[in-house]
Design a protein around this ligand. Structure first.
Ligand code: NAP
Length: 323
């Protein structure tokens, strides 16, 4: 399998793989069946064997199920893995019902995470969102305290604005920004990405396939009961027009002997040395394809074709990543 290079996460930050493994879909975050746990654990271990050390989880992914899974996968090989954990989202009956960012809650959350993961220190700890319920200074200050205590190594943030990023970084140096980014969702290029670059903050970019849209495997209309139907991007005419855009990616991929998913990952990878594609993979069979995507180089012409067809606003309708 392709060797994955290592990068510093942020300015002088920790050494991590340029490709990250997203573990979220190994657990039933929005309800639904649990994936094959043995296969999920084998996938994490195969990723580690192949130099993908960045593992992403959250304490609310499957109400702790995901952390338990990651804990089982890294047992006996803690040093091979870089563990990134999000906290703060409160789910009830598979519904997101709010955020809890109170310092007292964070100090409670982390102890449970450490036990479930079976480790003493979390490498990157991050609020999954920020809101106005608790001052940014208090949320970030609490993580700074946890760093002093040795329970956390680095501070991360997720899905925030450029202003919030500056504010957080003023309280304590932010190592990484986790953010949805793909050919289909480029709004962050206006403000947030330049801010992260200016501040020397690593970018952990998820949803590279735009929730499957860019895999080229979707057909309109989607089956009833598919969760994508909740979002306007995947409904009616929007989906038909969006899939016409995806055809451009499909044709380019076919001509080059790649899959659309590989080009979608490669495009995110091409956005800078400080940008890490964070990709969900729940089965080992995904690894060769997705790691090979990291070798792909676009020509300038190909990049400008993609720029033209996937300009901001080209993909119609929204997803849960409303900005
Ligand atoms: N900070 C946040 O707010 C936030 C939000 C969402 C996600 N995340 C993190 O980011 C990670 C990635 O996000 P994501 O799951 O939304 O996006 P993604 O990586 O684009 O994955 C979407 C889907 O693509 C599938 N896939 C992977 N490789 C494929 C391939 N070669 N061909 C066809 N399909 C392929 C995956 O399926 P399988 O699982 O079946 O392999 C997954 O269901 C998550 O695991 C999570 O850790 C963070």
């Amino acid at each position: 399998m392709t060797t994955i290079t290592k990068i510093n996460l942020g300015k002088n930050g920790p050494l991590v793989s340029k490709l990250g493994l997203g573990c979220m879909r190994m657990s039933p975050i929005w309800g639904g069946p649990v994936n094959d746990e043995n296969e999920s654990i084998a996938t994490i271990q195969a990723a580690l064997d192949n130099g993908i050390n960045f593992l992403n989880t959250g304490d609310f992914y499957g109400s702790g199920h995901n952390e338990l899974l990651v804990g089982k996968a890294i047992k006996g090989r803690r040093d091979d893995a870089f563990i990134s954990v999000k906290f703060g989202a409160i789910f009830y009956n598979n519904q997101w019902i709010g955020l809890d960012l109170r310092p007292i809650a964070i100090k409670n959350f982390i102890n449970y995470s450490l036990v479930r993961l079976g480790i003493d220190t979390i490498d990157l700890y991050q609020p999954c969102r920020l809101d106005n319920s608790v001052p940014v200074e208090d949320v970030i200050g609490t993580i700074a305290d946890l760093i002093k205590e040795g329970k956390v190594r680095h501070l991360g943030v997720s899905e925030i604005t450029a202003d919030q990023l500056r504010k957080a970084n003023d309280v304590y140096p932010v190592t990484a920004l986790e953010i949805g980014y793909s050919l289909a969702d480029r709004q962050i290029e206006n403000d947030l990405l330049p801010t992260a670059k200016e501040l020397g903050i690593g970018v952990v970019a998820f949803a590279n396939t735009a929730e499957g849209l860019l895999t080229g495997e979707m057909k309109a209309p989607l089956p009833a009961g598919d969760y994508h139907n909740h979002f306007s991007r995947f409904q009616g005419d929007n989906l038909i027009k969006n899939l016409e855009k995806v055809d451009v990616l499909k044709q380019m991929a076919t001509a080059k002997g790649y899959t659309p998913t590989q080009l979608a990952i490669a495009w995110v990878n091409a956005q800078g040395d400080h940008v890490m594609p964070l990709v969900s993979m729940s089965k080992r069979s995904r690894l060769p394809e997705n790691t090979a995507a990291m070798q792909h180089q676009f020509t300038a012409d190909e990049l400008s074709t993609l720029d033209k067809h996937f300009a901001q606003g080209a993909i119609l309708g929204g997803t849960y990543l409303q900005r």
